[in-house]
Design a protein around this ligand. Structure first.
Ligand code: ADP
Length: 418
């Protein structure tokens, strides 16, 4: 199937190049023919105006124009002079298209195939004041010769275009296959991830329904059902978020000035209780600054990064959120003194459902989708994302957003915010 579409694509490219070249050559040849006809017309006019066509003059010296064939024809078609061939051997020229036209309308032109395929004969005929006709002719390259001479160029161009197009085609095919594989894996993972809490809910509910749960276990079972349902809900929300992001074109993101410092303050405030619960100190550093992007996405990124930094921390550890302008960007850095991520997991943690420590993630309410959402959102906003981490030491995730000040709207927005 892939081979067939590749062949069709190559054939389409070749056909396109050939048709384009044929068209361009035909246009060029048309222009070339008109130029030759103009030249022949000028020659005829010159001969007529200089009196070189006087019969006595011609009989004495002939017409000295070796680059043109000059023929003088009576108005009945009889040829009485030709500077190239013996007139005795020539038949009546009264039926030649250019002569017919010249006798009817004053001038006529025509192009005929010459003795060889490579040459064409160009004829221009004009009726003189005495009623006879002067015909000027010249041989030049035929359109076939032009096609023949452009053939190596066509072949080379077609070859180059074909190679380039096939490379693009191959890349597209690979991307399509990669995306299809990723989607397949994602669907399989979703089914698996949803099944676990649903099985727990169904199991505990069944035990209670069949009155198989001891009265002292009922509250615990209800708690398990509640936790599993909450997990399901979080997961479904994250899946919906990701599929929305997947369906979004990069230019669909509504960019606006975002008060990143203020959002970080709100986030730190919101996660204060969670940090206290995990016995982690949460601090915000830096200075007020604005970025260019989506407010909603920036809020979600902040929440996901800070939440992870708290959840994957240790008792007595700390999380430092820094927001400040750095060169022409706005930096958001979330640094923790937690469990860290070993080198081999560092790129994979951004994959959907990838977790280093599955049980810790589930215990703390993780869905395995947080960092995938962060990566996607950073890319949608044209931001740069970096991760530095050392196992057992801590993790630092930095995002460089586009700076608002560049757009010159900061003062206006700061005023509005105050
Ligand atoms: P989860 O919902 O499991 O936290 P994420 O996509 O947010 O999913 O993160 C993926 C995995 O990356 C986590 O399961 C965890 O193993 C690891 N991880 C994320 N953030 C941190 C961090 N700050 N410190 C250590 N490990 C982390």
């Amino acid at each position: 199937m892939r081979k067939k579409s590749k062949r069709n694509f190559a054939a389409a490219v070749l056909l396109g190049v050939c048709l384009a070249t044929l068209f361009v050559t035909a246009v060029f040849y048309n222009f070339f023919s008109r130029e030759i006809m103009e030249e022949l017309a000028t020659c005829a006019r010159l001969l007529e105006q200089t009196g070189a066509l006087e019969q006595e003059q011609i009989e004495k010296t002939g017409l000295q124009f070796p680059q043109y064939r000059l023929t003088l024809i009576d108005n009945d078609g009889h040829v009485w002079y030709d500077n190239d061939v013996e007139v005795g051997g020539l038949d009546n020229h009264g039926n030649r298209p250019e002569v017919v036209k010249a006798l009817q309308e004053g001038s006529g032109r025509s192009i005929r195939r010459s003795d060889t395929l490579d040459k064409s004969a160009f004829y221009y005929a004009v009726q003189l004041s005495d009623g006879s006709v002067l015909r000027v002719a010249k041989k030049a390259s035929s359109i076939w010769k032009m096609y023949k001479s452009t053939l190596p160029v066509i072949a080379l161009t077609a070859g180059i275009i074909l190679v380039l197009c096939l490379a693009v085609f191959k890349k597209q095919q690979e991307d399509i296959l990669k995306n299809a594989k990723m989607r397949q894996e994602f669907t399989a993972n979703i089914s698996h991830e949803l099944k676990t809490p649903l099985t727990a809910i169904s199991g505990y509910a069944e035990l209670m329904e069949l009155r198989m749960a001891a009265p002292e276990d009922v509250t615990r079972f209800a708690g398990e059902i509640h936790r599993s349902a909450a997990r399901l809900l979080r997961m479904i929300n994250d899946i919906i978020r990701l599929s929305e992001l997947d369906a979004m074109e990069p230019d669909q993101v509504a960019f606006s000035p975002v008060p990143l410092w203020q959002l970080a303050q709100n986030c730190v405030e919101m996660l204060k209780i969670s940090a206290q619960k995990h016995r982690v100190t949460l601090t915000l550093k830096g200075s007020p600054c604005w970025m260019q992007g989506s407010r909603e996405m920036a809020e979600e990124i902040l929440y996901n990064l800070c939440d992870n930094a708290i959840r994957y921390n240790r008792e007595g550890g700390s999380v430092t959120v820094t927001v400040k302008p750095v060169e022409d960007k706005v930096m958001l850095c979330v640094e923790d003194t937690g469990i860290g991520i070993a080198k081999e997991h560092q790129t994979r943690v951004f994959e959907r459902f990838y977790r280093v420590d599955k049980s810790r993630s589930k215990e703390t309410g993780g869905t395995g989708l947080g960092l995938a959402i962060v990566k996607h959102m950073a890319a949608q906003q044209g931001a740069e994302l970096m991760l530095e981490s050392e196992k057992g030491q801590g993790t630092q995730i930095t995002i460089l957003f586009q700076n608002m000040e560049k757009s010159g709207m900061i003062e206006e927005n700061e005023k509005r915010e105050v």
